[in-house]
Design a protein around this ligand. Structure first.
Ligand code: WTA
Length: 680
């Protein structure tokens, strides 16, 4: 059984500063064109019609062979969707659009530098490039169906080309966020047993050309030490034909894709007929332990789900220009930059750089220049743009019909700025709540059907039936006024299939908590535990409050506190480490790192810096602690557990509460003093 955890954020606590808000209604203009305005969709996707309702999504795809079992529960809770069916994801995202939309732009790639031209890749061009690269992967790299490949690439047109080429061959891709370190990439190479790494020499960020290939060398070295040798590193060039990294290519291991590709020009690869339940990709995410887990997503279920939700929740129409400003290295980018939109034959925008380069108007300039009318981003980006350029949207001529927020709770006042200034009061907004594990949206309003409520994600999307349980498994109903653990009562096609190589951890983490019959093959016995706390208002809308486990959400990116702690322990001076989330106006949360040093080591700024740098080397810059507090000792319980709650109170300038039961209550005062002094 999973350890029982307490929901720490109480409704009481949040209600103080975050009230239920009034409703906003989509415009008649939006409703008139929306993909979904039929209320009966909620009946069609009711639990009574489960699981057959999801045929509606699967029918949006082209199948080589139609399935015979919609949901196979024989290996509960590892669900299999559309069993017996065969399809190929790259065929569905490319080939099937050629007949009618060969010349339509599939991908607009916007380089960060203003002086570089945007690339408009048509479906025909995408077809050619994916086929050529698939030929290279098969014939040069020797990859075949079921092999895993690690991809560590920045935002570029070549990233989806690489993913789709893998999908064409049935190769399972594991994309690692480009901003992650070589070490983080090595861990994922090792866990997935990838013998091929695909990377890019360099990319722009904040106006600087970063040497990305350097990471590949670190990854290969560390992966090999851990027992996984990388035979081939395939390096895309940011400027084709011109290698732009200071790190030398390693003879016999590193190959320039752009050079070798010439041998494969014009090659066409027949797509593999994949079984619906064969894996499409792995996406590693943070959990309660230091080791990230490889969420394994399937083929037919996943693609059906992201296609259906892209159509109804993102409301993508053939003539729209859709821009999701997330990174493809996260699940949002997989589902809602690449697979969902391309499966619908949409035009999707990929932007290389940061939203504030060269100034805070960049997003609005891109939107104006490309005629973007659907915009998708995170509350962190919205908060940052609101802070640094509140008047920028007014200066550009663009009009969004639809906007999305994803990844974290959005404060009502930030939501209202987004609605008024970015949406110019006209756009329908969806606040989409979901996770790496869930493949696609869990909760959101359907934009043509339901009103919006700032700060609430809305009800479950069609076919998702959320339920809030208290600690004892009792349902907290609508309007209960109390927070609990938000779970999903039923499986859905987008849910991940398992944790790569660790079924026990999968069952334990996500299902054991509320399952009372471990042998049951009935899906009703297996509510999915999201790991989030939420409240449900009288009207059925959910408000997600945050994680109940040891995960911290920095700028909408999931980091494990344990992951950061174990990274800091790589600095030889560190004896003990504790990470706590600190509220931040822009990023939502940032990590504070408390460290007790080994005996004999002096507390100096240099040591603190070294520890901070170590965390960045191990994980990546997004994990850089706000501050490293070198403390004489950690507050501990009598059983020796570090009291992170107490440290979190200090970092967030809250009352530390009763600490008398600690083994060393005096240290709390001392740390508090240290914190107060640093503010002077
Ligand atoms: C949080 C990102 C509030 C939540 C797609 C979840 C949200 C975690 C929202 C998953 C939202 C995501 N409102 N909180 N609309 N969307 N979250 O795996 O805590 O990177 O469990 O997936 O982000 O993060 P992940």
């Amino acid at each position: 059984m999973a350890e029982k955890k307490v929901v720490e954020t109480t409704e009481n606590e949040i209600a103080v500063h975050w009230q239920e808000e009034g409703l906003f209604y989509p415009s008649t203009k939006f409703i008139a064109q929306a993909n979904m305005t039929d209320e009966t969709i909620y009946d069609r996707f009711s639990l009574d019609n489960f699981p057959e309702c999801f045929k509606e999504y699967a029918d949006m795809l082209d199948w080589y062979k139609y399935w015979d079992t919609t949901l196979d529960t024989s290996d509960a809770p590892c669900w299999k969707w559309f069993v017996g069916g065969e399809l190929n994801v790259s065929y569905n995202c490319i080939d099937r659009h050629l007949e009618k939309n060969r010349n339509k732009t599939a991908i607009h790639f916007v380089p960060e530098l203003l002086e570089e031209k945007t690339e408009h890749i048509t479906y025909q061009e995408l077809y050619v490039r994916v086929n050529e690269f698939a030929a290279l992967l098969r014939d040069f790299a020797g990859l075949k169906r079921g092999d895993r490949v690690t991809i560590h690439m920045p935002m570029s047109a070549e990233l989806p080309i690489t993913m789709l080429a893998c999908a064409r061959l049935g190769v399972i891709h594991s994309v690692v966020f480009g901003g992650f370190s070589g070490k983080a990439c090595a861990d994922r190479i090792e866990d997935s047993n990838s013998r091929v790494l695909i990377t890019m020499d360099s990319y722009y960020r904040g106006g600087k050309l970063l040497d990305h290939k350097a990471n590949a060398d670190i990854s290969c070295e560390l992966a090999e030490e851990a027992g996984q040798k990388v035979d081939k590193v395939l390096v895309w060039e940011r400027y084709p034909g011109k290698y732009s990294s200071k790190t030398p290519m390693v003879d016999g291991r590193d190959y320039s894709v752009n050079t070798i590709l010439k041998d494969y020009y014009g090659k066409i690869i027949e797509p593999e007929r994949m079984k619906a339940e064969e894996p499409l990709f792995l996406m590693y995410t943070s959990g309660t332990t230091g080791k990230p887990k490889g969420c394994q997503h399937g083929t037919g279920g996943y693609l059906s789900y992201v296609t259906g939700t892209s159509k109804y929740v993102q409301d993508i129409q053939p003539e729209d220009v859709y821009w999701c400003a997330a990174d493809i290295g996260w699940i949002t980018g997989h589902s809602y930059i690449v697979y969902g939109p391309l499966s619908l034959g949409a035009s999707t925008v990929i932007y290389e750089g940061i939203p504030t380069y060269p100034d805070a108007g960049r997003c609005w300039k891109i939107s104006q220049d490309l005629g973007v009318n659907i915009f998708h981003t995170s509350p962190t980006a919205i908060r940052a743009l609101r802070k640094v350029g509140p008047d920028e949207p007014k200066k550009y001529d663009f009009e969004f019909k639809h906007m999305t927020t994803v990844g974290e709770p959005i404060e009502p006042e930030v939501w209202k700025w987004y609605q008024k200034e970015v949406g110019k009061g006209k756009a329908a907004i969806v606040d989409t709540y979901w996770q790496t594990e869930t493949g696609g949206f869990l909760c959101s309003t359907l934009p043509g059907l339901k009103p919006m409520k700032p700060g609430s994600c809305g009800p479950g999307v069609p076919g998702i039936h959320p339920i809030i349980f208290d600690e004892n498994g009792k349902e907290l109903g609508q309007g209960a006024g109390k927070a609990g653990n938000i779970c999903i009562q039923n499986p859905w096609p987008g849910i991940f299939q398992t944790i790569w190589g660790d079924r026990d951890r999968f069952v334990d983490t996500y299902f054991a908590r509320y399952n009372t019959k471990p042998d049951s093959k009935d899906w009703r016995d297996w509510p999915y535990l999201t790991g989030d706390a939420a409240v449900q208002a009288e009207d059925g809308y959910f408000r997600v409050l945050g994680r109940i486990d040891d995960v911290i959400n920095v700028s909408g990116h999931r980091l494990g506190t344990k992951e950061i702690e174990s990274a800091s322990l790589c600095a030889t001076e560190v004896a003990e480490a504790a990470v706590v989330p600190v509220k931040d106006d822009i990023k939502g949360h940032v990590p504070d790192l408390y460290i007790s040093l080994k005996p004999g080591i002096d507390i100096t700024d240099a040591v603190a810096k070294k520890i901070s740098d170590t965390v960045c080397d191990e994980i990546g810059k997004i994990a850089r602690p706000r501050k490293v507090w070198l403390v004489a000792d950690m507050p501990k319980t009598r059983s020796g557990k570090i009291m992170r709650r107490v440290l979190a109170s200090i970092s967030n300038e809250k009352d530390v509460g009763d600490v008398t039961t600690l083994v060393n209550p005096d240290i709390v005062k001392e740390i508090k003093q240290q914190y107060d002094n640093s503010k002077k």
